[in-house]
Design a protein around this ligand. Sequence first.
Ligand code: BV8
Ligand code: ZN
Length: 259
Amino acid sequence: MEPHLQGKLDEIAARLRKASSVAVMTGAGVSAESGVPTFRDAGGLWEGHRIEDVGTPEGFTRDPLLVWRFYNARRRNLLDVAPNAAHHALANLERRCRDFALITQNVDGLHARAGTPNPIELHGNIWLNTCTGCTHYEWADATWRATGNPSAASFPDDPRCPKCAGRLRPGVVWFGEMLPDWAVRRAEQAVCRCDVMLVIGTSAVVYPAAGLAHLAAARGAFVVEINPQRTPLSKEADAVLSGKAGEIMPALLQRVASS
Ligand code: BV8
Ligand code: ZN
């Protein structure tokens, strides 16, 4: 790791140790080293699909089977995917901080699988099915979690509600949809009380999630961006660590733990 990065890591580790409250926000980049495609990098998730067709309620109304094919393909990919060193380092860091909130835009559930106790999933969870006709919801990975056997997961191409026979949809937030109130409230509270905010693996272009880092900066929190690329947030961050989350996060944790 380059020497200039070493110095920055030492400074950030010292701030994390002293912080009375830490907030973290992650995006698709934190799952990249687990083999989950990001959205906007080359070959990304939206490749081959228009966002309007698979990432909006209008797209689902127009062609629900196309949207289910898109989400079932992502669910199947997750069966062979495990949390990476960044997810584990974040779960470990949480145990070493007085007050800690993990906010994520990701729907892949990998933070929870790495041991993060209460991830704030701003955009929902890909394994959640919700009914378009009533308040019924169910977890499509329930059997997998109960048996520990991924092949127990099923991928119906047009799942229906057991209560009202209505069409089920993936329990994620699409473009043009409001984020869950509880998640936005918890995320804003965390950002408003944090001394340090780590922003990891996000292109920082999707709102209102991207606004949280600007809120932290405006409040005077020390904002750290961890990303191999620069983003619209980079110029506002107090520190930019250019690199992969799977390498930087374990190095940062090691410094926090070794003091
Ligand atoms: C809303 C669904 C109110 C779940 C997603 C005009 C201007 C500004 C805003 C808007 C606008 N028009 C409309 C809006 C609002 C819109 C928006 O922000 N649009 C943007 C794109 C212009 N937002 C919404 O619609 C939100 N709702 O605002 O409601 C409303 C209502 C009506 C009308 C208007 C407003 C809903 C947003 C949620 C949409 N759902 N996904 C799913 O299937 O996943 S968004 C999608 O993008 C994912 O959830 C993803 O999490 C999110 C953000 O992407 P990133 O996570 O950042 O991933 P990305 O690929 O972009 O970047 C990866 C990064 O990782 C890169 O920087 C890369 O360098 C880095 N990286 C790569 N490898 C690594 C790495 N980093 C570290 N380590 C590595 N190894
Ligand atoms: Zn129903």
